[in-house]
Design a protein around this ligand. Structure first.
Ligand code: ADP
Ligand code: F6P
Length: 471
């Protein structure tokens, strides 16, 4: 860990730019404004930066109340209220599903994607327009904070760095891609692929979670020019999670989590996203119950799912399939007094932390995942020497594989075997693995991630401008 007074860890002037901001505003039934924590791993990891650095966070207004807040202005979070039609094309057509599906290798290429006129229109009149609005907001903020480093995030904003670079040639720009970078981008027309690469190469630093994603990017990008490509796996704020785990809210949910819980609990926590492989997880659990009668009545799977992107048909269909397959497993194997699968679809972060404390097995089996923070959060706070079953296609596998039971996400039989292995594992081995995971997460908190990145920014600045980055 860098010492607290190191060059990299001093207070920095940062402009964070991401589609989803740290909080979302709504009104409750009585008309009072309420704040909700933004969903997903990006927000979990970046929220802590607000305390430690001089941060302005530029994000999209995603609710009606966000738009009201955007109009009020002021504060550390600048919400950009986009044109509604442009945002629709940007978020619901291009970013999700097109880019998300290409980057998580989710398309069955025989039938999709159809990059039709409407999709080209959404690229031009949606994705590019919203990226332009973000670029304009960044340039305006740079006028207030000319020394700031601009830190773009994720696949929503691939075009914005080039737009900013054209207006502010000397700006310090960095981009973190939180999702996989696949080898195969052939499902996108060349003009889109090239614009994405060109946009990213306008940054001084482009960063990924893992060596695998960084290598794929470098291999496909051609000449990198001024851009340094690095990889640092993101993490969580360990102190925040320790406090959360001990909080009254989590304790209350822990008490109510499962009255009369079965002997063993397999837990999963995910957004309802096709990349998370929730349906195959249920099928594998069904196969376990079919092949190992000894587990019937003794083990249940608790799936805590945060509803995600339900305005996009493929996401709504996926949630319907999740519900259908969970019911099918319950109908086939359920008995009086024992429900094999307990499915809870709700936005309840504290319940997720309560379940982390109580699992015997944590199933994280994504088709592909940039990293997956659940695989770090669970082991940090778990109280039962629980076993992590982890997909080899999650970025976190690069770090955690020696303590996890690895699975191939397509291999239903392999996942059923892995669940059996995890549920049957002896106490000493479970303790050793759980301890290894916990120590790794403790020693590699989100502060190590940001310090490593800030050091990369400094090196790039020293190289490009011949100055040490005293900013
Ligand atoms: P992704 O970024 O694709 O959603 P991750 O596993 O990396 O996947 O991150 C998911 C994050 O969402 C975790 O930090 C998890 O604790 C958090 N989370 C879980 N349930 C909720 C919820 N109901 N509301 C907000 N965040 C949640
Ligand atoms: O990288 C993970 C991520 O895609 C973030 O970019 C995003 O904010 C989060 O998951 C949740 O998705 P959404 O913002 O679409 O709800």
């Amino acid at each position: 860990m860098a010492p607290p007074d190191s060059e990299a860890s001093r207070r920095r002037s940062l402009i964070i730019v991401s589609n989803r901001g740290p909080v979302t505003y709504d009104r409750d039934a009585s008309g009072e404004r309420i704040e909700r924590r933004g969903g997903g791993g990006l927000v979990t990891a970046l929220r802590g930066l607000l305390e430690h650095h001089d941060v302005t966070w530029i994000a999209s207004a995603t609710t009606e109340e966000d738009r009201v807040v955007a109009g009020e202005g002021g504060g550390d979070v600048v919400l950009v209220a986009h044109d509604a039609a442009a945002y629709e094309g940007y978020y619901n057509v291009i970013a999700n599903p097109l880019l998300w599906f290409v980057q998580h290798s989710l398309y069955g290429l025989a039938s999709e994607p159809d990059v039709d006129r409407a999709m080209h229109g959404a690229w031009r009149d949606g994705y590019a327009v919203v990226n332009r609005a973000f670029a304009d907001a960044v340039v305006a903020e740079l006028d207030n904070k000319p020394d700031a480093t601009v830190f773009f995030h994720d696949y929503h904003l691939y075009l914005a760095p080039r737009m900013v670079r054209e207006l502010r040639p000397d700006a310090r720009l960095a981009h973190f891609v939180h999702i996989p970078w696949p080898e195969d981008w052939s499902a996108l027309p060349p003009a889109m692929r090239d614009a994405i690469t060109d946009g990213l190469l306008a940054n001084d630093v482009v960063a990924f979670h893992t060596e695998r994603w960084a290598r794929n990017f470098t291999a496909g990008a051609g000449a990198l020019g001024r851009t340094t490509v690095v990889h640092h796996p993101i993490s969580i704020d360990v102190g925040e999670f320790d406090e959360l785990a001990a909080s009254d809210g989590v304790r209350r949910r822990e008490e109510q989590l499962w009255p009369g819980r079965p002997e063993k609990l397999v837990v999963r926590v995910d957004r309802t996203d096709p990349s998370k492989n929730i349906v195959r997880g249920f099928r594998a659990f069904g196969l376990l119950l079919e092949e190992h009668r000894e587990w019937r009545g003794r083990v249940s799977m608790l799936a805590l799912l945060d509803p995600s992107r339900q305005s996009i048909p493929v996401y709504a269909d996926y949630l319907a399939t999740i519900e259908r397959v969970a019911s099918a497993v319950n109908e086939r194997f359920g008995e009086e007094g024992w429900r094999p699968v307990e499915l809870r679809v709700a936005d309840d972060f504290l319940q997720s932390v309560a379940a982390y404390k109580q699992y015997d097995v944590l199933l994280v089996n994504p088709v592909y995942d940039g990293l997956n923070l659940v695989a770090k959060e669970g082991p940090l706070v778990n109280l039962r020497a629980g076993v992590l079953v982890l997909s080899e296609n999650a970025g976190a596998y690069e770090e955690l594989s020696s303590w996890a039971v690895g699975v191939n996400p397509f291999d239903l039989a392999g996942q059923a075997d892995a669940l059996h292995e995890a549920l049957s594992m002896g106490e000493a081995e479970r303790q050793a693995r759980a301890e290894g995971l916990r120590e790794h997460v403790r020693m590699n908190d989100v502060r190590q991630w940001i310090e490593a990145l800030l050091a990369d920014f400094d090196q790039a600045a020293a190289r490009d401008y011949g100055v040490s980055a005293r900013r």
